[in-house]
Design a protein around this ligand. Structure first.
Ligand SMILES: C[S@@+](CC[C@H](N)C(=O)[O-])C[C@H]1O[C@@H](n2cnc3c(N)ncnc32)[C@H](O)[C@@H]1O
Length: 275
């Protein structure tokens, strides 16, 4: 195990790489986390220790290595209808308010394997079924994430048994999925059709994405520095249409980072609206 221990210089170099390339801030004592997440890459890059891997990463990384390391370090935890309230608010307040005949555009930033984007699509399907003639312009969802692997899975829209048990009611499972093998279910085409996915680093430009009525940016800013949080929130404000809405994770808040938004308490949950 001694070959896996990191010295102070290697750890600092790695911390600096990670924050600069994807925003993730490592605490001072996360050596174990780093070695446990990176050990799986040693064979792939033919190095004998995590220290050597970091040296290669910061000096002459082979093509694709930075992405693989970022993928190993990020947390992709997600599930269907996470926190509940954003999806209830979409149906009770935002779809009725924003339904002016045109398309409602929604960005699922840091979408992981797609459960958030498809949960939004399912709420649109449910809203249309309950309100005939409404939402004629329908809803369009763009999901983005830094990790090509999770974006690929989101695009496929296929989920294993474990993923299917997390946050999905039996009714929704039956209504919105088809079983494609003993172990896998796939989101139905009409749910998939509203969503598209692409790789995007939140530290880079959002210009190519266009404008949105609603942004979901949940459970990712918690990993970032105050400076990056502020910058990202300001740039999200820049891609929102006038009086557009922002959802954050249940434990996240932007009040100290931006005054571009007003907070709306929805009980349960909080929503932010561009001033
Ligand atoms: C914990 S998941 C949250 C997924 C979903 N938003 C939710 O709340 O269930 C965080 C996601 O953020 C992505 N991520 C981390 N840093 C990122 C960055 N700089 N740009 C874009 N995505 C990033 C990770 O790859 C991961 O899929």
């Amino acid at each position: 195990m001694s070959t896996q221990q990191l010295n102070a210089a290697e750890y600092e170099q790695f911390k600096e790489f990670l924050e600069r390339s994807c925003g993730l801030v490592l605490g001072d004592n996360k050596h174990y986390l780093v070695t446990s997440r990176l050990t799986g890459l040693l064979d792939e890059y033919r190095v004998g220790s995590v220290g050597e891997l970091i040296k290669l990463l910061v000096t002459r990384p082979p093509m694709g290595m930075k992405e693989r390391v970022i993928e190993a370090m990020t947390t992709n935890e997600t599930f269907w209808f996470r926190d509940g309230f954003p999806f209830d608010i979409l149906k009770s307040r935002l779809y009725p308010e924003l339904d002016q005949g045109g398309q409602i555009k929604i960005w699922s930033a840091a979408c992981s394997t797609g459960q958030e984007a498809y949960s939004i699509s399912m709420t649109a399907e449910e809203y249309r079924a309950a309100n005939p003639g409404k939402l004629r312009g329908d809803v369009r969802i763009v999901g983005t994430d830094i990790s090509p692997a999770v974006v690929r899975q989101a695009q496929q829209g296929r989920y294993d048994h474990l993923a299917m048990t997390r946050g999905l009611s039996p009714e929704r499972k039956q209504k919105f999925f088809r079983q494609v093998s003993e172990r896998e279910w796939e989101v139905l085409p009409q749910i998939k059709a509203r969503a598209s996915f692409r790789v995007l680093n939140l530290l880079e430009s959002y210009r190519a994405l266009g404008k949105f009525d609603i942004v979901f940016c949940r459970n990712v800013l918690i990993y970032f520095s105050a400076e990056n949080k502020k910058d990202i929130i300001e740039r999200i404000a820049g891609v929102l249409n006038p009086r557009g809405y922002l959802f954050l994770g249940a434990s996240e808040s932007i009040t100290s980072y931006s005054d571009a938004f007003e907070m709306i308490r929805c009980n349960p949950g909080v929503l932010y609206r561009l001033k």
